[in-house]
Ligand binder design. Structure first.
Ligand code: GEK
Length: 246
């Protein structure tokens, strides 16, 4: 899905009179592969390791869910590594523009695992008979007061031994450390060709749209939901991915 032909993300390259709240609309879909790769440290590694985990945890006659699938990068990673027989992937996103493009991406892919694409709010999707649920940088866009119910219903829908993979932008309780991680992330973006103006305008667009929490809040929430074990398996600056096992 991510190729050198990706359309470059220039959405915030020019000064905007008013920076509106970030939305996953058609203009974002057009540049999404370039945007996410230049903005999220470790994104390619996380996607590739989701494939690795799918090979290890997908079970025969069960389902794998990719919630907030965007253009289906995690879905494709799972699709190409799942060995279990009769295992389906359910990929969900509430942006019609994302799902439409994701449908084209899936059609162009030769993987054999069936993929069911749904344009829906993930809160309305019933999780059942799941061996894997992926929330790859999605929960951060959902109001914090709704997050307990979502993680709890994922727990309920997982089969014993099933896993939740939760990747999130995170914040730190220690202010100097939090400031340092933000600075290092912004340096990463500048090294990937974003200007100071782009970094600043994007930051203001996602304020109040992307709400990060601490690793501790995420791990405690998964524990409260009933997960037997949960911990971080990847972190780069203020981006982390966790695994919770039922
Ligand atoms: C990847 N996982 O490439 N219901 C369904 N989808 C939602 C909801 C919701 N309530 N809220 C947000 N989304 C992908 C990357 S991007 C992360 C995920 C980012 C969707 C939203 O439309 C968008 O496509 C996705 O979650 C977040 O592995 O852009 O930083």
């Amino acid at each position: 899905m991510t190729t050198s032909n990706d359309k470059p993300d220039t959405l915030y390259a020019n000064p905007l009179e008013q920076v509106k709240g970030f939305r996953f609309d058609q203009s974002v879909v057009e540049v999404f592969p370039d945007m996410i790769k230049r903005s999220v440290p470790g994104y390619a590694t996380i996607i590739s390791m989701i494939g690795n985990l799918a090979e290890r945890y997908a079970r025969s006659d069960s389902r794998c869910f990719d919630l907030g699938c965007s253009l289906g990068a995690a879905t494709l990673a799972m699709r190409h590594r799942i060995q279990a027989a009769n295992c389906d992937i359910v990929a969900v996103d509430n942006s019609a523009a994302m799902i439409e493009r994701c449908r084209e991406v899936m059609a162009a892919d030769s993987g054999e695992v069936p993929v069911d694409l749904m344009c829906a709010n993930l809160e309305d999707v019933k999780i059942s008979n799941a061996s894997i649920v992926v929330l790859n940088f999605t929960l951060q866009f959902i109001a914090p007061e709704k997050r307990d119910d979502i993680i709890h219903s994922i727990y309920q829908g997982l089969n014993p031994g099933g896993i939740l993979i939760l990747s999130e932008k995170i914040e730190f309780g220690d202010k100097p450390h939090d400031d340092l991680m933000i600075e290092l992330h912004h340096n990463f973006k500048r090294a990937n060709g974003y200007s100071d103006l782009e970094v600043a305008q994007k930051r203001s667009a996602i304020e109040n749209v992307l709400i990060p929490e601490s690793l501790d809040s995420h791990l405690k929430r998964m524990q409260r939901a009933g997960f037997a074990s949960s911990d971080v398996w990847f972190q780069c600056f203020n981006f982390a991915s966790m695994i919770a096992i039922k």
